[in-house]
Design a protein around this ligand. Structure first.
Ligand code: ADP
Ligand code: ZN
Length: 750
């Protein structure tokens, strides 16, 4: 490629625009697109990404200081993908690229101040970061010329080396304890030689997997598999929804389709929602495939992640499995992308570039002419709607592979129960299950932080008449507020619906429930799984292991434990309250509740003994719950999609959320108002079919000392929505104390 004197560089800072630098003559041969460059930026030096040669303008340009990579980090087609993301999510390209590359590889300069001898301050510039490649020393025995003059440990090491051919320093230390002097001596006497080589940090610690073979597919699986294979053969982008209950054999379809994809010389990407899910799934892939498999997820150290990334970049892995960020795995010749549990909200990145891997899988698949399979037992309403409209091909696995009966599920009416944590039938079931030696899972949705008020007598929850979402109680204002339109009413003390029921604040945490359960069942071994008990590496695995090996009788957890795991010993599942999900101030609350209860039902009775599920709720007649209990996805969909149509939510509109935050309440509010005025003006000018809701104080009105205000945009047509957001980005100015975030297709609107 022709090198140029001027290049375009993307800067990983929240700044929009193009940045050009001059390349000094000696760097010209090295300065190729896809590499990182160190460039001066203001008073700092910063790592940027070289995008392309640029036209030499007349302006004075600063010079590239250094080219940081020998080989490009991204390909032109990856850059096309990054550019797509930057424009869709209205986010600076440099930050998109930074987010796509493995963490920690960037160099950045910081200034350190030290006191000099004369007492003045000296500023030194320090370059930070830059993930290193791990090097390891390997020892090999050399042919003996004369009998060695050695004794003790040296002799043992030498004979070990002769036996093994070669051994790494870390293996030798593991076997012989500290032995550096002996190794030096061996090399000095020319009895062994040492070579330093690059090694990968292996997140699986070289575990060995017993190989298995593909299972003969049942007719539904065969139909799904055939459809995917014909898409693979066509080499045309084909998106699928694979709709099948847990245990219906979706994973087996992924495995066998991926085998076909690999045979055609292409690669495959498998996205899963949670890191806790990866070990079991990775095991299945490792047992099935001989090829290189890389794993990318947030549980890896930066070093491990960097090594996995390099293996993929070098073509040493044909299958990549991972959570959200694995979407950016640098696979080439990508033939198939699986998004397992496509309905999961964890595919959405909630900070920085607010991308959604589930959505971007379709974009990447399109750019790569790949087959994209979205799999779920409870697909998103929007996904199912797209499938019904023919925009996704619909594949269904309607029944479980092994004729496991679905568990018996009962809704427990918690109305009039004075807010008891566990209702009598659940207590009794737990008691019986404990006595019978079965394990119990208790779910609690902690995300119900936004406490809401509910009538204990009739279960009535206050909803916004305009937006049909739950009103959130704002303690500060003493009011129930709609977080979409700011409709507000004062907090009543008695219920208006049943005329007299006492209104209580709902919401309790896992910790309190754990205490209560332990008191109720002092002899039971009770464990808890939530964000607090699973911190650190292997945290999830530790808790899950205790369930697996039978050392836990009752596990209490957030929906973290509802997902994917297969525990044959679990014969009872209790949902402490389905209401915290049902009453989230979010139009998706019914959908989330349906998903959660369906998933929970999939957790019980996976073994030989049938399972039982009890769901406590103040809304036992709600269609999200009744349909879930009846396994009636279609029935749920029909009611939910009608609701969405009436109120104008996705799939009938597209959303974007703007958040304005500042440590000064006034600034956040003023900026939001100013933005709203500007948006209204643009809307009129463009005749955009976009509805503006807000500005209002966010449900999480203050986070980490910052006050937050929001505007929600609802557009019939995506282009209109984007035009308005672009106009805002172009014309809107705000005090530097205010942070503005744009969230396209928001998933949580807190
Ligand atoms: P899902 O991904 O839908 O939960 P899996 O693919 O994990 O389903 O299948 C559930 C169980 O059934 C697994 O133990 C799997 O090995 C087994 N299984 C899947 N397909 C078949 C088949 N065609 N014949 C026999 N067993 C199967
Ligand atoms: Zn409202």
């Amino acid at each position: 490629m022709p090198t140029s004197q001027v290049v375009e560089v993307a800067i990983p800072l929240p700044l929009h625009g193009h940045f050009h630098y001059r390349v000094p003559a000696h760097l010209v041969p090295l300065a190729t697109p896809g590499k990182r460059v160190l460039v001066p930026f203001g008073k700092r030096k910063i790592t940027g990404y070289l995008l392309a040669p640029a036209e030499a303008g007349s302006a004075e340009l600063k010079e590239v200081l250094e080219v940081l990579d020998d080989a490009p980090l991204f390909t032109p087609s990856e850059l096309t993908f990054y550019r797509w993301i930057a424009s869709y999510y209205l986010h600076p390209l440099g930050e998109v690229i930074k987010g796509a590359l493995p963490a920690g590889i960037n160099l950045e300069s910081r200034f350190m101040c030290e006191t000099a001898e004369d007492g003045s301050l000296v500023r030194t510039e320090v370059l930070h970061g830059g993930r290193s490649v791990r090097m390891e020393k390997f020892y090999r025995a050399l042919p003996l010329l004369a009998p060695p003059k050695l004794k003790g440990k040296g002799v043992e090491i030498l004979s070990f080396l002769e036996e093994q051919g070669e051994a790494s320093a870390s293996l030798l230390r593991e076997r012989f304890g500290s032995c550096t002097p002996q190794l030096h001596r061996l090399v000095e006497l020319q009895l062994a030689e040492c070579e330093e080589r690059e090694v990968y940090r292996d997140p699986f610690h070289a575990e060995v997997y017993q190989k298995d073979t593909p299972l003969p597919l049942n007719p539904d699986q065969t139909a799904a598999h055939d459809a995917i294979c014909s898409a693979l053969r066509s080499e045309a982008f084909t998106p699928f929804l694979l709709h099948g209950v847990t245990g219906s054999g979706k994973t087996e379809v992924y495995l066998q389709s991926i085998a076909v994809c690999l045979e055609a010389g292409r690669t495959a990407l498998v996205l899963v929602p949670e890191i806790a899910l990866t070990p079991q799934l990775v095991g299945r892939f490792k047992r099935r495939f001989e090829c290189g498999i890389a794993v990318l997820h947030s549980g890896l150290s930066d070093g491990e992640r960097y090594d996995e990334w390099r293996r993929i970049r070098r073509g040493e892995a044909q299958i990549v499995i991972g959570a959200r960020s694995a979407l950016f795995a640098p696979l080439e010749r990508l033939g198939m992308i699986v998004v397992d549990e496509e309905h999961e909200t964890s595919y959405k990145q909630s900070e920085g570039v607010r991308y959604n891997s589930r959505d971007l899988a379709l974009v990447r698949g399109k750019l790569a002419n790949a087959a994209v399979v979205l799999g779920s037992a409870t697909p998103l309403i929007t996904t199912y709607h797209a499938a019904m409209e023919g925009r996704l091909r619909y594949l269904q696995l309607p029944s479980r592979v092994r004729e496991l009966p679905m568990p018996e599920t009962t809704l427990l009416d918690a109305r009039g129960q004075k807010g008891e944590t566990l209702l009598a039938p659940l207590k009794t079931a737990m008691e019986e299950n404990l006595a019978a030696g079965g394990q119990t899972l208790l779910f609690l949705n902690r995300r119900g932080f936004a406490t809401y008020l509910v009538c204990q007598e009739c279960g009535q929850v206050l909803r916004c008449p305009n937006c049909a979402v739950t009103l959130t109680y704002h303690r500060g204002r003493g009011k129930h507020v709609c977080h979409y339109c700011d409709y507000a009413i004062p907090a009543p003390t008695v219920c208006g619906a049943c005329d007299g029921g006492e209104i209580v604040l709902l919401g309790r945490g896992t910790e309190r429930v754990e205490e209560e359960v332990q008191e109720l069942f002092p002899e039971a071994r009770v464990a808890r799984m939530d964000r607090d008990t699973t911190r650190g590496k292997g945290g999830h695995a530790r808790v899950l292991k205790s369930l697996e090996d039978g050392s836990t009788d009752i596990l209490i957890g957030t929906q973290m434990i509802a997902k994917g795991h297969d525990f044959p010993g679990v014969t009872l599942v209790g949902v402490v309250s389905a209401d915290s999900t049902l009453n989230m101030p979010d139009f998706r609350s019914a959908e989330r509740t349906f998903q959660l209860v369906s998933q929970v039902m999939g957790r019980a009775g996976r073994g030989d003994r049938p399972g039982k599920v009890l769901v406590q709720t103040l809304a036992p007649e709600h269609y999200a719950l009744t349909c879930a209990v009846e396994h009636d996805f279609r029935g749920f969909y029909e009611q939910e999609v009608e609701f969405r149509r009436e109120v104008g939510y996705p799939p009938f509109t597209h959303l974007a959320a703007l958040t304005f935050s500042s440590v000064t309440a006034r600034h956040a509010e003023d900026s939001a108002s100013e933005a709203a005025r500007l948006l209204l003006r643009v809307k009129r000018e463009l005749k955009a079919r976009v509805e503006l809701l807000g500005p209002i104080s966010a449900p999480l009105g203050k986070v980490r000392g910052r006050f937050r205000w929001q505007i929600l945009l609802k557009g019939k047509e995506r282009p209109d929505l984007h035009k308005m957001l672009l106009a805002l980005r172009h014309d809107f100015t705000h005090p530097s104390t205010v942070r503005v975030t744009v969230d396209v297709d928001p998933v949580e609107m807190m």
